[in-house]
Design a protein around this ligand. Structure first.
Ligand code: TXA
Ligand code: MG
Length: 340
């Protein structure tokens, strides 16, 4: 059931549902989440079961403000405080040492916890209403089945989990890809997942170098379990292949006029998504322009992949995004979508 998230009655209903251990689909500025009371073990178990996600993969816990952190985290280094100050509410998740005995199931049993304060007004209203009912935080992974593309509209969430789930509609997500994740448990900040908060911005805010996961590997330190960091993730049903504009045009030329189509639907089986304007030789190729701007591309990326899937496309040729830092988040998601 989809409810208007901007209606106070819907917020009250969703908060009551969360309080009683039910799951709620909720909008955030990044992607939609599948929410549960962070401290209700049975509800957390339902999240893992609904997503088909292994129970040792930790969930992000959403809090209404930086003050909500003290309940879940035992230790907040100065650089983490600086990051919260600069980017909360917003698309940044911090991994912190977890308070002993708090939200262990949501944390997948790890001694750390991922915390994020979302800026979306519907998420903020829901967190406030939950807090008044004694719910300290909402654990919410992206509201998609394990390994699938994250949802950026209420309709996407319903297509994953069906009409039985209470979903708050907050409109299409403005960021469109999941939050940047910075691990703050290692003495120095480590970027685990790129997102709208870029590494350079984070460095400027906390005044120290933000390491990459690869830097940790080089030092043989174990990296945390994080499904958002698995190679093959965020995959649509269609195969995704990345290539530069020249190779893409060449592929279309080789395909020629005889591009295959789905006999039943009379719809294309091959789609392209590129900044370059391509010249397909066949009308049986679906060509979609990628915006020139990284944040505009992030905003539409998952919806575009879902739309190709729903049109029955089997193969998506994507122009490799530019190598510059502002494209890190989009490039990361596309590389994962292309890994098999
Ligand atoms: O934008 C987002 O972050 C969205 C919205 C709903 O907030 N959430 C999201 O959740 O992307 P999810 O569960 O799909 O991805 C969360 C990532 C996972 O890779 C998870 O393993 C990692 O955060 N994570 C959470 N807690 C962690 C922890 N304690 N240590 C290491 N990684 C953690
Ligand atoms: Mg996810």
């Amino acid at each position: 059931m989809i409810l208007d998230g901007f209606d106070a009655k819907s917020i009250a209903a969703a908060a009551a549902a969360l309080r009683s251990g039910e799951l709620v689909g909720l909008p955030t500025e990044t992607v939609y989440g599948l929410g549960a009371d962070a401290e209700n073990e049975a509800a957390i178990a339902r999240v893992f079961a609904a997503k088909g996600r292994p129970a040792n993969h930790p969930l992000i816990v959403h809090v209404g403000d930086a003050a909500g952190v003290a309940h879940f985290a035992s230790e907040v280094p100065d650089f983490a405080r600086a990051l919260m100050h600069a980017f909360w509410p917003g698309p940044l998740t911090l991994i912190l040492r977890r308070q002993h005995g708090v939200a262990a199931a949501a944390a997948g049993g790890q001694d750390s916890i991922g915390l994020r304060c979302p800026s979306h007004p519907v998420a903020q209203a829901l967190l406030k209403a939950c807090h008044e009912l004694g719910v300290q935080g909402i654990a919410a992974p992206s509201a998609n089945l394990f390994g699938r593309v994250s949802p950026t509209t209420a309709a996407h969430v319903q297509s994953e989990f069906g009409a039985g789930l209470l979903i708050l509609d907050g409109g299409p997500c403005s960021v469109g890809i999941e939050s940047s994740i910075i691990d703050c448990t290692r003495g120095v900040p480590v970027l685990l997942r790129p997102g709208a908060v870029a590494r350079e911005q984070a460095q400027a805010a906390c005044g120290c170098k933000v390491l990459l996961k690869e830097d940790l590997l080089a030092h043989h330190a174990p990296t945390p379990r994080a499904s958002g960091t698995l190679e093959s993730h965020y995959a649509p049903k269609a195969k995704v292949r990345l290539m530069d504009a020249h190779a893409l045009q060449k592929a279309l030329d080789l395909l020629g006029a005889a591009a295959p189509a789905d006999a039943n639907r009379a719809s294309p089986l091959i789609a392209t998504y590129s900044r370059a304007v391509l010249k397909p030789r066949s009308a049986q190729v679906l060509c979609k322009r990628m915006p020139d701007d990284a944040s505009a591309t992030a905003q539409q990326l998952f919806a575009v992949l879902r739309e190709f899937d729903s049109q029955g496309v089997q193969l998506i040729w994507v122009e490799t995004p530019p190598a510059s830092a502002e494209w890190d988040g989009v490039r990361d998601r596309l590389q994962r979508a292309a890994a098999d």
